[in-house]
Design a protein around this ligand. Structure first.
Ligand code: 3H9
Length: 693
């Protein structure tokens, strides 16, 4: 095979030119790849012996998209749309040979080809929306011309990877070739195209499906309406929809102009910058600087979970879902039966929704064994304690586990606040102890804080991170402090929410700007959802906070139909006159004249103290990087991904602005409030959190 450039090869077999891209890991369409395709194609066209061209990739996948690392840098010709134009205008048929994932710009290249073949395991998709973008190399104009506007709308706004069989049925793939025989299959297909003298099929000229939709504007109106909740706050889905609309209503070249304009607008905006940052942050989070590939992970073939409550049950489900047997321990038969019953019901509900096969319900439930004896955990490779959040109780459990667990077993606590070092001190093997902080509901939430104790061994950390990946979590490695990363920052926000109540804001006044900022709900609505009585008891209640008084009135949140808000049967929230009265009484008791607090102040006092706490977390090396903190907030608390997480958001506000506001609000931020020196230093130097390396 001749070399076109460092990443592209060209060979000719029996009149078929094969342009091969080899740019690991994912054959992203970097400058060299684009150049290689164009030059390879030109040589093939110039060679009179060549009758058709196959475009194929080495390695694990077909091109997985534009090279995201080049975004934001000055563009270098040939630009991707030019590459695709060159392919489409080739006077010899070009056939894309797809394996792995043809994504984004990769699928757009394939759509520029005259024909597409793929192996059955291949997938196609336009996932640009996840980067806050739209397919900017003709994808929004060509896709609906093949699959129709309805399916195209779904694909570009969901970014879904569509399997080869479905793609074939939709016309996106012309022929499936046997697994492992892509090259030979593609060459054979190319020969067939030549032998049958098939036309140079240009997708841009296929107008039937878009024309048929031209008189049906309701397609778009209905789609927008049906997805309004899902798309709330995001720009990219709407921009993608507008492009498909343009494909339907405008000639191809005009549609392309619309696509280009909207693509550039998104690319220059803060949402896409945030989402691209998150893309890399999600991959960075797995990298632990002092743990290299030389650290061997341990096999985890059997897991023990102590506690069959909401948390323990959810945790156990994660492992059963991954095919790992779990032994669940409870202290009372009734609690054990209840816990196992809830798990079964959860699986059955999922099956009823069509998301799980009935036989899989039995398979997963079959992997769970309940017991009342802690000794039954003796053969587990990992034991996760999910008992009451109390240090004495946890230490007692770990003391017992130390005697029961086999040597080499990982002993994990699901504590959400407590000192993992102290818990470990109850054992004779602190190097085997780690925190695995799942978020509720544990079988649903993606985040796992992996809490590394002072003595936790590297092997235990590496195994926990690997296991997290296996059970579909995104793991963030954190150090020991009260509340770790997520809950420690949450506490900073909650204390301001409480303070603003006393100053004159109602719960709904505080919640509104946070919801509009993009959070799933504000702090008071969140309290109502979780239950206001967590950690509250009638016997010890002293009416000293609004929450306590609400609980005393049996307003314990959504589950009792009332909390900070009143709820109707459908659990719709309404501001409550009862709560309003209580809040006003508290303000009066504190001698405060209630004032109107602006939405801007509410937002700043909710978010900036969190950012300050995040900076302290970095100073104390509790988190490895600012982007890890952002991953915690996006995946554990629903921080809007288009704002990139609290630390990224702070960078967009400007750290000097954050510091100035914190100083202005300082008298209201509580007696213990101090500004993080790191935050002040960065602000003074005109730097961002992203500049920390
Ligand atoms: C686009 O195409 C725009 C066009 O429409 C218009 C242009 C004008 N670029 O995820 P992994 C890296 S936008 C650069 O761990 P997996 C990734 O950072 C693009 N780098 O592997 C990682 O690096 P490291 C539309 C990329 O097997 C390594 O590759 N396309 C790119 O779990 C391995 O990645 C997409 O959005 C890229 N495009 O999953 C697809 N992609 O090892 C984005 C990956 O240093 N990619 N890297 O951490 C994916 O969804 C997954 O990477 C993929 C493989 C499914 C392909």
């Amino acid at each position: 095979m001749g070399a076109i450039n460092a990443v592209t090869g060209l060979s000719v077999e029996d009149g078929i030119a094969i342009v091969t891209i080899n740019y690991p890991p994912v054959n992203a369409l970097s400058h060299a790849v684009r150049e290689g395709i164009v030059n390879g194609l030109q040589q093939a066209i110039a060679d009179a012996a060549v009758k058709a061209v196959v475009l194929i990739c080495d390695g694990r996948t077909f091109m997985a998209g534009a090279d995201i690392t080049e975004f934001g840098k000055p563009p270098k010709a040939p630009w991707l749309p030019e590459v695709i134009e060159a392919i489409e205008n080739s006077n010899k048929p070009v056939i894309a040979a797809i394996h792995g994932t043809a994504l984004g710009g990769g699928l757009e290249v394939a759509l520029g080809c005259h024909y597409r073949v793929a192996v059955p395991a291949a997938k196609c998709g336009l996932p640009e929306v996840h980067l806050g973008l739209l397919p900017g190399a003709g994808g929004t104009q060509r896709l609906p011309r093949i699959v129709g506007p309805e399916k195209a709308l779904e694909m570009v706004t969901s970014g879904a990877h569509v399997d080869a069989k479905t793609s074939h049925a939709a016309g996106l793939i012309d022929e499936l070739v046997p697994e492992g025989q892509l090259r030979a299959g593609a060459i054979a297909y190319a020969k067939k195209v030549v032998a049958e003298n098939r036309p140079l099929k240009k997708v841009r000229d296929l107008n039937d499906k878009v024309e048929a939709a031209r008189s049906k504007p309701e397609i778009f109106a209905d789609f927008r309406k049906a997805n309004a909740r899902k798309f709330r706050g995001f720009l990219a889905p709407e921009y993608n929809i507008r492009c498909i609309e343009a494909a339907v209503n405008l000639p191809f070249d005009e549609g392309i102009k619309t696509e280009r304009k909207l693509f550039q607008e998104l690319m220059g905006g803060v949402q896409s910058a945030a989402q691209r940052y998150v893309f890399f942050a999600e991959r960075q989070v797995w990298k632990v600087p002092d743990i290299g590939d030389d650290v061997q992970t341990l096999p985890i073939a059997k897991v023990g979970v102590i506690g069959a409550g909401t948390m323990g049950g959810g945790i156990a489900m994660n492992f059963a879902n991954a095919g790992i047997p779990v032994t669940i321990v409870e202290t009372k038969q009734e609690a054990l039966d209840r816990g196992l019953g809830v798990i079964r019901k959860n699986y059955e509900t999922t099956a009823k929704r069509g998301k799980l096969k009935p036989e899989d319900v039995e398979k997963r439930v079959g992997l769970l064994t309940g017991t009342l004896e802690l000794e039954k955990l003796a053969d587990c490779d990992l034991i996760i304690e999910a008992v009451f959040e109390n240090m004495a109780v946890k230490k007692e459990v770990f003391g017992k586990l130390d005697k029961i667990a086999k040597p080499g077993a990982i002993l994990a606590s699901n504590t959400s606040y407590l000192d993992v070092n102290e818990i470990a001190s109850a054992t004779t093997r602190p190097e085997w102890v780690i925190g695995l902080h799942f978020f509720s509901p544990a079988n649903v939430m993606r985040l796992l804080e992996v809490v590394r104790g002072e003595k936790t061994s590297k092997q235990v950390v590496a195994t926990s991170m690997q296991l997290a990946k296996k059970i579909g979590k995104i793991a963030v490695l954190v150090g020991v402090c009260h509340g770790f990363v997520g809950n420690r920052m949450l506490a900073a926000r909650q204390s301001q929410a409480q303070a603003m109540l006393v100053e004159g804001a109602m719960p709904w006044d505080v919640d509104k700007p946070l919801y509009e900022f993009g959070m799933p709900m504000g702090p008071f609505a969140m309290g109502d959802l979780a239950g206001l009585d967590i950690g509250w008891s009638k016997e010890t209640s002293t009416s000293s906070t609004v929450r306590e008084v609400l609980c005393e009135l049996d307003r314990r949140g959504q589950k009792t139909g009332a909390g900070f808000y009143d709820y109707d049967e459908q659990r719709n929230a309404k501001p409550s006159p009862v709560t309003e009265k209580i809040v006003k009484e508290f303000a009066a008791k504190a001698g405060v004249t209630p004032r109107q607090i602006s939405e801007q102040e509410i937002l700043e006092r909710s978010l900036y103290p969190m950012i300050n706490e995040g900076a302290k977390i970095l100073e104390e090396k509790i988190a490895l990087r600012p982007s890890d903190i952002d991953i915690v907030w996006i995946n554990g608390y629903g921080w809007p991904v288009y704002r990139g997480g609290p630390m990224f958001y702070a960078d967009t506000v400007g750290l000097a602005n954050v510091v100035a506001k914190l100083k202005e609000y300082a008298p209201k931020l509580g007696a213990d409030f101090t500004i993080s020196p790191l935050l002040e230093q960065l602000a003074a130097a005109g730097k961002r959190f992203q500049d920390l390396k």
